[in-house]
Write a protein that binds this ligand. Structure first.
Ligand code: MLT
Length: 260
């Protein structure tokens, strides 16, 4: 894996390894409340994915498989053979890429405000256009309109949590924004990966998510008997920040159930 990027990360606790992967264009501090809570029983590792937070942002396309390989290289460095991969939104696409390409490293997958579908062509094209725009005009030109879509409708966007998220987004370098937008545009459909009973898989969904529609996730879960669905009320696309205790409880419940 010579082309992997060494990732900045935070690690806490001991026990079964649990990876917490953030979405686009955010960083590992998104999971602060869950790291604090779950590290009483688990070895929790939260990296900044390539192009985000304090990790490097090389030029070029970042396929989801490449982001998964970076995370696997981190697991290697930490001496961890297998982890439960918890992925928020794009982090979920990375967890699914790991399940496709490195299944032996995956003890379970929890998609949080995420889904397994590929982009429709118009969405993929918008991502490619925005990648060019980020490189030409900077990160703010692409991300500044995103904040109200991340939180549930009616959220005060001048609140401290919203300010934290705004700063995470603006801190993402243009090369990181472009790299993941191009990588997400090309990712394949992964619904088939969710059909197999092993390893265990679940979705945690915000009922008021404006990006990953709850109705779509609910319909998907209805078709896939091996996929657990946990719903977080009064949450949008950021349940770990909007309802931290309920999100932690859902994670704890799934992880404990899978350990039995
Ligand atoms: C994310 O939160 O990671 C993004 O909304 C994912 C996406 O754009 O598909």
């Amino acid at each position: 894996m010579s082309d992997t990027v060494p990732l900045h990360y935070e690690e806490r606790g001991s026990g079964q390894p649990v990876l917490l992967l953030h979405g686009y264009p955010l960083d590992h501090t998104l999971w602060r409340a869950q790291m604090d809570a779950l590290s009483d029983s688990y070895r929790v590792i939260a990296p900044d994915l390539r192009g985000h937070g304090q990790s490097l942002a090389p030029a070029g396309v970042y396929p989801m498989e490449t982001l998964a390989a970076d995370v696997t290289a981190l697991l290697d460095r930490l001496g961890i053979a297998q982890a439960v991969w918890v992925g928020h939104s794009m982090g979920g696409y990375v967890a699914l890429a790991a399940l496709r390409t490195l299944p032996e490293r995956v003890a379970g997958v929890i998609l949080c405000a995420s889904h397994p579908f590929a982009d429709p062509p118009d969405k993929a094209q918008t991502r490619r256009d925005n990648a060019c725009r980020a490189l030409a005009e900077g990160t703010a030109a692409v991300v500044s309109g995103m904040l109200d879509m991340l939180f549930r409708p009616g959220t005060n966007l001048e609140s401290i949590p919203a300010h934290r998220v705004r700063m995470m987004m603006l801190n993402t370098p243009p090369q990181g924004v472009a790299g993941v937008l191009l990588g997400m545009a090309d990712r394949p459909d992964s619904v088939d990966l969710l059909r197999a009973p092993a390893p265990p898989k679940a979705i945690i969904a915000g009922r008021d998510d404006q990006i990953v529609r709850f109705a779509d996730v609910q319909a998907l879960a209805g078709q896939l008997p091996h996929l657990s669905l946990r719903v977080i009320d009064e949450a949008g696309h950021l349940p770990m920040i909007e309802q931290p205790d309920a999100t932690t409880a859902a994670l704890r419940d799934l992880l404990a159930y899978w350990k039995r």
